[in-house]
Write a protein that binds this ligand. Structure first.
Ligand code: ADP
Ligand code: MG
Length: 681
């Protein structure tokens, strides 16, 4: 097999036609290399030959039997049947839809054969229907062994897949390993070709700490990190430095009712250094909910404008955009900037005006939703794009955005999702990261309480009092509707119950409502026309409801720690003391008790994210789910933490190597080659 052959389509393999291709595609197996990466998850033990009186119904077993008689009933829908026996009993081998000629060749009366398949029992007789293997005694070695089992879907039979996968695995070309043997040895890794061979035996593929598995993990991480660092190089091109003085910032800071925290000052400074540097900025601000990212971005915006450029501030939702727009008008009042607001709903005439002002440079700052990045929109001199709550963007999207902004445009993202250290590189390896690590001083820590659900009656009077005090309440449920399978509280049911108690003061919002409908309800809540908002987790994104001070979260153990922390960050954003009540079903596990304790004691999103990772594993981390960067296939940040660090350093070091060619194979193997090219599209 030639080296590049493994990147061809699977239909280049013998025995793979259009039908099978279709089924394999469902399993994400499209190229030959996908077969290499599709590791067996368990094995079927066909190694022992059972006597017929030892068979167990439902188990896959191998038998050695003598063929007695072949039956081909000429009646539609009746299966063909082959009677067999050994010294201890009888069995029928049953075939649906198979050709008589084929069976007559396979089964010769009075011959002995080895048969392997799932044993069942029908009409008081053992039978195997459509056996996986039938072979002569001479060829029995092929069947009677531990055979790796792959995760397959309907339409692909094990035997067929095995024949294809063996075809590939046995013929993998010898790769010029990009890791040298010294490095491999030192880090308990193994040569690529050897590792792949090993991994197709179950013992190695199940042991995620074997040198072979570690090797594939390291490769996966390197491919990811290398792609990110290439992306970074493409974006961090030279630009004209932006020159400004601090007069705008000084004016604004003087007008603020608070002082910036030292964290905020530090981050602003890091941004400013990027702005005046002659490389484009590609930076993300990470800061817990309520850490004050918005004002930092507005100050950076004012500097860009001072330098003679225009800015765009993009938000994931219309309400958030509107909130930022109102804030920006206030903050920039004294320096008199021209700000416009644009969403998908802006009416045609108004939109035309806005577009004109943008293209002739009248507008300094445009705030809005993703409508800001339609093709028709042309800035005269765009100098900075800020994207709030960016976790909805994957690597490709933010890269596209950076490209769209043009060569002079700096890019700043903001995210309230704290990411554990180990995963920073895999999520934001292409960006510089600034962290706001402290909260505004006067902000009171949210009081977090927990209660068993059956004592819910104790909190009604408390809620009633909150409403009388003109406070507002979030009530979060894990599901929209009742489910027959899950014992969770649904938002709809809870809404009915609460509505009975509090009449018109209650609203309901959930993910399956139309976008407009959601916005309408949130607006009502913001305008205090609703006191209690029952919801699913749709309220997570950074909207400021300064008047909401109480959040109740049902089935709190259903959520990850980081998610609970984000949810409770919805309250206590104004003057009022924020309170979070976590409701639980009875019988909490030790782990659950530990989780509540962490939440009660800590207010630090970064710390909580680390703990969440340790307790739940990274599949549950919101950062991962939302970023569009799906979980790694092989790497696990807890188990392979050392490899995350190793790969990070490795990529940093090879970045100085001029020739990246030798990594092409690696990038292609993990479908990362396009990332390097996608900016050219
Ligand atoms: P987030 O980082 O979650 O986006 P925001 O930027 O929305 O946080 O800020 C939350 C609230 O904190 C806002 O009402 C903002 O005016 C206020 N705030 C920001 N910085 C400070 C500060 N240094 N001192 C006091 N309040 C602040
Ligand atoms: Mg925010």
């Amino acid at each position: 097999m030639k080296k590049d052959f493994i990147f061809s389509n699977i239909n280049k393999l013998k025995g793979v036609g259009p039908q099978l291709s279709k089924y394999l595609k469902k399993k994400k197996i499209e190229k030959i290399k996908d077969i290499i990466l599709n590791l067996p998850y368990s094995e079927t033990d066909r190694s022992k030959i059972y006597k017929l009186n030892e068979l167990e119904i439902g188990k896959t077993q191998s038998i050695k039997v003598k063929i007695k008689k072949l039956n081909f009933p000429r009646i539609r829908n009746l299966p063909n049947k082959i009677n067999c026996e050994d010294e201890t009993g009888k069995i029928d081998i049953v075939y649906f839809n198979s050709r008589e000629g084929y069976l007559r060749k396979l089964f010769l009366v009075n011959e002995w054969v080895i048969i392997s398949g799932r044993v069942n029992y029908f009409n008081k007789k053992y039978q195997i229907t459509n056996p996986d293997y039938v072979t002569t005694l001479e060829n029995q070695d092929y069947v009677i062994k531990n055979i790796p089992k792959y995760d397959l879907t309907k339409g692909i039979n094990e035997k067929k897949y095995r024949s294809i996968s063996e075809q590939v695995i046995k013929n993998i070309p010898l790769i010029d390993d990009w890791l040298n043997s010294e490095f491999l040895k030192k880090n308990n890794l193994i040569n690529w070709n050897k590792s792949i061979l090993n991994l197709h035996s179950v013992k190695e593929s199940k042991n995620i700490n074997s040198p072979s598995f570690r090797r594939i993990v390291f490769d996966e991480l390197c491919a990811n990190f290398l792609a990110l660092s290439e992306n970074r190089k493409r974006i961090r091109k030279r630009k004209t430095p932006k020159l400004f003085n601090n007069s705008y910032v000084d004016t604004i800071i003087k007008s603020l009712p608070f002082e910036l925290t030292s964290s905020q000052k530090k981050v602003l400074n890091e941004i400013n250094l990027d702005l005046i540097s002659d490389y484009r900025m590609f930076r993300i601000i990470q800061g817990d909910v309520g850490s004050g990212k918005t004002i930092v971005s507005l100050l950076a915006i004012s500097n860009i404008i001072k330098s003679g450029y225009q800015c765009a501030l993009m938000c994931p939702t219309e309400i958030l955009a509107k909130q930022h727009y109102e804030l920006a008008k206030k903050v920039f009042k004294d320096i008199g900037l021209k700000i416009n607001f644009l969403t998908g709903k802006t009416e045609y005439k108004k939109k035309k005006e806005i577009l004109l002002d943008l293209s002739n440079g009248k507008t300094d700052l445009l705030i809005g939703t993703h409508a800001l990045f339609q093709k028709k929109i042309n800035f005269k001199r765009l100098g900075l794009v800020v994207i709030d709550e960016q976790h909805k963007f994957g690597v490709k999207q933010r890269s596209d955005l950076a490209i769209k902004g043009g060569n002079e445009c700096d890019v700043l993202l903001m995210s309230a999702t704290p990411i554990p250290r180990t995963m920073m590189m895999s999520l934001y390896g292409d960006m510089d990261v600034s962290k706001i690590t402290e909260k505004p001083l006067k902000r009171k820590k949210i009081i977090t309480l927990s209660k068993p659900e059956k004592k819910i009656s104790e909190i009604w009077p408390f809620i009633k009092k909150q409403i009388e005090l003109d406070n507002q309440v979030f009530w979060v449920c894990p599901l929209i509707e009742e489910s027959a399978f899950l014992d969770y509280t649904s938002a709809k049911k809870k809404f009915k119950l609460i509505e009975q108690k509090f009449k018109k003061k209650v609203g309901l919002i959930h993910g399956s409502l139309e976008k407009d409908e959601k916005q309408k309800i949130l607006k009502k809540f913001l305008e205090k026309k609703i006191s209690i908002l029952v919801s699913t987790t749709v309220i997570e994104v950074g909207i400021d409801f300064p008047n909401a001070n109480l959040i109740i979260i049902e089935n709190a153990n259903k959520f990850g720690l980081a998610q609970l922390h984000q949810l409770r960050g919805r309250v206590g954003r104004g003057e009022k003391q924020g309170i979070c009540i976590l409701l639980f079903k009875d019988g909490l596990s030790k782990k659950a008790v530990k989780r509540i304790k962490i939440l009660k004691e800590s207010d630090d999103g970064f710390f909580i994210a680390e703990e969440d990772l340790k307790l739940r594993g990274f599949g549950d981390l919101i950062g991962y789910q939302q970023s569009g960067t799906k979980n790694f296939r092989f790497a696990d940040p807890i188990n392979h933490e050392d490899l995350f660090r190793l790969a990070e350093n490795y990529i940093k070091n090879i970045n100085n190597e001029v020739n990246h060619k030798k990594y092409n194979f690696l990038l292609k193997l993990f479908d990362k080659a396009e990332i390097i090219n996608f900016n050219k599209v």
